[in-house]
Design a protein around this ligand. Structure first.
Ligand SMILES: Nc1ncnc2c1ncn2[C@@H]1O[C@H](COP(=O)(O)OP(=O)(O)OP(=O)(O)O)[C@@H](O)[C@H]1O
Ligand SMILES: CC(C)(CO)[C@@H](O)C(=O)[O-]
Ligand code: BAL
Length: 280
């Protein structure tokens, strides 16, 4: 049975005396990517453990002119997904429940918070980390599952858990894709058929770049940029490599190739791992 709770007091009551706790934080509009996080969480805590899904479109992480108002809110469908996936508790609070007042204190993501996504969306990661910390404090999980699709977010949440000694293990889950390579994203539902076709340039650019890993970082970036340059209807925000821990220096083995682009009015992001050869 999946319990739906909207208030923090009810959340605490519903979690009392439960076994090991795993949380999957979402903004709703659930898809197979979210389901993969839930399955990974269940695999870790087992049948005697508890899986909590939070559904909250966090105003703090949206900038002026972004899509906070139009972000899809589909709680009934989300509940169906959660029931199907055997989620124990869905916590879907109102904004007033999460922020009884405008928070004065916020989490500072440090310099990586101003890189890539943070450069395009000033204040975004302070908003993300503040709500993630708040939800951690409300749910008090042992484990928290985040998707690799939002690689910079995963890196920053992992860093926060370490640097602030949260006592929560942050687990990354590989990106779930459509058969043609498009990364699943709640924002894909904004795309028209033509835009959906154009959006494939992102995953194709990442694949083309990653295939050049052995030839070094310049070759990776050049191959990716070539694909994007030939794509119509795609306005590229960035295509960049980052190293372990989101460092600016991608040398030394495993790196990430990350892309962000606008297709029509929809901003999409994606990334893949890249194994860089010695020419890097
Ligand atoms: N395709 C995916 N594969 C794996 N995890 C995913 C995927 N899409 C989203 N997630 C993860 O699900 C969690 C909740 O993300 P969110 O609710 O913002 O969904 P989203 O699809 O990323 O939405 P948006 O389109 O707004 O970016 C995050 O940890 C995110 O990384
Ligand atoms: C982690 C998160 C739920 C915080 O609002 C959000 O950034 C998301 O859905 O990735
Ligand atoms: N999936 C990351 C949340 C955001 O874009 O605001």
């Amino acid at each position: 049975m999946t319990a739906l709770v909207h208030e923090t007091a009810a959340l605490r009551t519903s979690l009392e005396g439960r076994g090991p706790l795993a949380v999957v934080m979402t903004m709703g509009a659930l898809h197979a990517g979210h389901a993969a996080l839930v399955r990974a969480a269940r695999a870790r805590v087992g049948d005697t453990g508890t899986v909590v899904v939070t559904v909250f479109v966090n105003p703090l992480q949206f900038g002026p002119g972004e899509d906070f108002e139009r972000y899809p809110r589909t709680l009934d469908d989300d509940l169906e997904v959660c029931r199907r996936e055997g989620v124990d508790v869905v916590f879907a609070p109102s904004a007033a429940e999460v922020y009884p007042r405008e928070p004065v204190v916020r989490v500072d993501p440090g310099p990586p918070g101003s890189d890539l996504e943070g450069a395009s969306r000033p204040g975004h990661f302070a908003g993300v980390l503040t709500v993630v910390l708040k939800l951690m404090n409300l749910v008090r999980p042992q484990l928290a599952f985040f998707g690799e699709k939002d690689w910079q977010q995963l890196s920053l949440v992992t860093a926060m858990a370490t640097d602030l000694s949260l006592g929560v293990e942050v687990v990354g889950v590989p990106t779930v894709r459509e058969p043609d390579g498009l990364a699943l994203s709640s924002r894909n539902r904004y795309l028209s058929a033509d835009e959906r076709a154009a959006a494939l340039a992102l995953s194709r650019a990442l694949q083309a770049g990653a295939a050049q890993g052995a030839r070094g970082s310049e070759a990776v970036l050049a191959a990716g940029r070539e694909v994007l340059a030939g794509a119509s209807g795609v306005r590229v925000d960035y295509l960049e490599l980052r190293g372990p821990g989101f460092s600016a220096d991608p040398r030394g083995g495993e790196a990430r190739l990350l892309v962000a682009a606008r297709v029509g009015t929809t901003r999409l992001i994606d990334n893949v791992p890249v194994r860089l050869g010695s020419a890097a």
